[in-house]
Design a protein around this ligand. Structure first.
Ligand SMILES: Nc1nc2c(ncn2[C@@H]2O[C@H](COP(=O)(O)OP(=O)(O)OP(=O)(O)O)[C@@H](O)[C@H]2O)c(=O)[nH]1
Ligand SMILES: [Mg+2]
Ligand SMILES: [Zn+2]
Length: 313
C-alpha cells in the first residue's frame, strides 16, 4: 500500500483525477465509508480540493481518505428547489465571469449574482467580455457602459476575442501564477479563450447553433489546467442559472461594494434599503450614484429569487 497526496483536477461525481506533487495524474475514488461534514453538497469532491489517498498493492485506482479543509469555494444551489448545493471549485485565488452581450446574451442579473457570491467568499472577481469581434452599433455602447460600471465598482474588466486573438496578453497577465475559476453561460467562449491563452491545450470548443444562439454544453465537467506561464485555470461547464446558498438577507447589501460604504448612513441600522425612510442607499440611487440595474438585482437577490436566464432577458 502506498500513500500520496495531490490536487483534484477533474471530478466527475464519484471518480476524479488527482495531480500529485510528483506531477503524476492518478484516478481516484472516495473511500467507501467516507463522510463529509458541513455543507450538503451534490458533489463531495470539487476541483481544487487537496486530498490524500492510498493505493492498495496491485491496484491502480487511488482511494481518497482525506480532504484538506478548503480555504474557500464557489458554490451555487444545485437546482431551483434543492437544499443541496453544488461546489463549482475550491481553493481558488480569483473568480472570473465571462460575459457576452449576444450569442448568448448574459444579463446583469447573472453577472451580479456571480459577483455577490464571490464577494461573500472574499474571492477577488474579474469580468471578461468576450466576442468583441461580434458586436456592433448600440451593443458597443452597452458594452462600454457595463465596463465603466463594473470598473467603477472595483472589478477588473477585459475585452477579448478568443477567435481573433484580441486582448489575450492582458488575460495571460491576469491568470499568471494564480488559480483562476472561469465561469459563464454555455457558448460564451470559455474553452475557446483557454485555447487562445495556451494553444497547446487544444480543448474541445462547441458550436453555437439554432434560433436561441446558445451553446450546447461542450464542456461537461470542471477541469483544472496547468498553465505553462504559471498558474492554473479551471474550465467549467456553462451555467444558465445561479441560486445563492445560505444567504443572510441582512448581509447581501454588504456584497455590493457601492452599498457597503453607504449602509451605515441609513437611518435604521437594520435597513433593508427597500422601503425604509432615511435610506442612504435609496438616496444615492435617486441621485444616480448607484446604478439602477445593480439596485434591481440587489432587490431580486434580497427577495431570494432564483435566477434563470430566459431567452430574451
Ligand atoms: N465570434 C466569436 N466566436 C467565438 C469567440 N470565442 C468563442 N467563440 C465561438 O463560440 C462557440 C462556443 O465556444 P466555447 O469555447 O465552446 O464556449 P464555452 O463557454 O466553453 O461553452 P460550454 O463548454 O458549453 O460551457 C464556438 O463556436 C466558438 O468558436 C469569439 O471571441 N468570437
Ligand atoms: Mg467549454
Ligand atoms: Zn438603507
Amino acid at each position: 500500500m502506498t500513500e500520496s497526496s495531490g490536487v483534484v483536477i477533474r471530478s466527475t461525481g464519484s471518480a476524479c483525477n488527482v495531480l500529485t506533487k510528483e506531477g503524476k495524474i492518478v484516478e481516484c475514488r472516495l473511500k467507501g465509508n467516507f463522510r463529509i461534514q458541513g455543507i450538503r453538497s451534490t458533489n463531495p469532491l470539487a476541483v481544487g480540493d487537496n486530498v490524500s489517498f492510498i493505493i492498495r498493492d496491485g491496484d491502480d485506482v487511488g482511494l481518497i481518505d482525506k480532504i484538506e479543509p478548503r480555504h474557500n469555494y464557489i458554490i451555487r444551489k444545485a437546482t431551483k428547489l434543492s437544499k443541496h448545493s453544488h461546489i463549482i471549485a475550491a481553493n481558488i485565488d480569483q473568480a472570473i465571469v465571462m460575459v457576452t452581450l449576444t450569442s448568448p446574451r448574459t444579463s446583469t442579473g447573472f453577472i451580479d449574482r456571480f459577483l455577490v457570491t464571490a464577494e461573500a467568499y472574499h474571492i477577488p472577481a474579474a469580468l471578461i467580455f468576450n466576442k468583441i469581434d461580434n458586436i456592433f452599433g448600440e451593443e458597443i455602447t452597452r458594452l462600454n457602459r457595463l465596463i465603466a460600471l463594473y470598473e467603477s465598482l472595483g472589478y477588473k474588466c477585459y475585452k477579448t476575442s478568443a477567435l481573433q486573438n484580441i486582448g489575450i496578453e492582458d488575460v495571460k497577465n491576469l491568470l499568471k501564477d494564480k488559480v483562476s475559476l472561469l465561469s459563464g453561460h454555455s457558448g460564451v467562449g470559455k474553452t475557446a479563450l483557454i485555447n487562445a491563452v495556451q494553444p497547446g491545450l487544444m480543448r474541445k470548443v462547441g458550436e453555437i447553433s439554432g434560433y436561441h444562439q446558445k451553446g450546447k454544453h461542450t464542456t461537461t465537467f470542471a477541469e483544472m489546467l496547468p498553465l505553462n506561464f504559471g498558474g492554473y485555470i479551471i474550465d467549467t461547464p456553462g451555467i444558465k442559472e445561479f441560486g445563492l446558498v445560505n444567504f443572510d438577507k441582512s448581509e447581501i447589501a454588504e456584497r455590493f461594494p457601492e452599498m457597503r460604504n453607504l449602509m451605515h448612513q441609513c437611518q435604521f441600522n437594520n435597513c433593508t434599503h427597500i422601503h425604509e425612510p432615511g435610506c442612504a442607499v435609496k438616496l444615492a440611487l435617486s441621485k444616480g450614484l448607484i446604478d439602477e440595474s445593480r439596485y434591481r438585482n440587489y432587490i431580486s437577490i434580497a427577495n431570494d429569487e432564483y435566477f434563470e436566464e430566459t431567452d430574451w432577458d
